[in-house]
Design a binder for this molecule. Sequence first.
Ligand code: MLT
Length: 414
Amino acid sequence: MVYINENYLKLKAGYLFPEIARRVAAFAEAHPEARIIRLGIGDVTEPLPSAIVEAMHQAVAEMGRRETFRGYGPEQGYAFLREAIAEHDFRARGADVAPDEIFVSDGSKCDVGNLLDIFDLANRVAVLDPVYPVYVDTNVMAGRTGPADNDGRYPGLVYLSATAENDFQPDLPSEPVDLIYLCYPNNPTGAVASRETLARWVDFALQTGAVILFDAAYEAYIQEPHLPHSIYEIPQARQVAIELRSFSKNAGFTGVRCAYTVVPHSVFGRTRDGQRVPLHALWTRRHTTKFNGVSYIVQRGAAAAYTPEGKQQIGALIDFYMTNARLLREGLTRLGWQVYGGRNAPYLWLKTPGGMSSWQFFDYLLERAHLVGTPGSGFGAAGEGYFRLSAFNSRENILEAVERLAQLPAETAR
Ligand code: MLT
């Protein structure tokens, strides 16, 4: 009989979004007449920009001709894409990232989990709470924690609470940590990090020898020009930070799959006997051993995001979703709800009304308004009493959602 990885038994039964999908499917089956509006998982709804579609068509045609056919590509990604990324996402913002520090992949979620391969189990890990559940669950799977306590927190992880009381900007850890997950613009709260905030984290990492895993999947949604998009806009971040980026939320690639991770040559870890080792070398070894690269067709599509037409079309997509976010925010605020986020991020973070728990409010909204959101407690103990609404939907559905929220009885809704 084979032994299993018992760490999996420490996890909550289901991953958050499949659990929501299960509850919604059960409701839909029981109420076939209900027109459910889904503002739960942050999945894009609008079609791919035409510049990207054309580039992918052309790449398909190349693959169909002997002279231009391609087999295995470079595991780290084609040079045309890595050069475009370095130029447009970093150098154009004054951040120093070289193409050979970029590793193209099939998604940030996968990268988040896979990165743990290169770090010792003894590392102490800090996460913000509420948190994108993948940061936590992958550490549980790896064996870095004990079983969850009654609040769903895992001993072995350091949780840094982000609530309305601290403006969703947690303090620096008061105990030693080695790996720090940061996500800005934040999923789920929609909070953003100023240059000063990021500089504080970078200083902390420099002083303590920690490494920051900086998830910037939502950077394209930043509206305020003074806010940094990349942690590498903070000069010394190149010594302490790995950055994850995705084409999912800007170019609409949730179903296409393409992302990348930046591992600068200047970030080091150490062996237990004190030898310094560049993380770039380890990640190269891991990536080239366990991954065969993203398809040529998809990488051509991703590269088209950086052409003038691609940029213009992506800008229009972001404007569309951010107008949705504004309509939701203004609508809810008018109704007297307490709303955070939604200004530089596609997520709104609400205080649940009437003292309802996050899951009670989930059921209430589904039953009374046929609206789906994400219970804050699904993102961690500090998310209890909060609720996330995503701005990814058609304009018609967003307006209808605001309308339905307005119909809820005032005493329970606000
Ligand atoms: C979310 O809704 O939080 C995201 O869609 C999850 C993800 O990007 O994996």
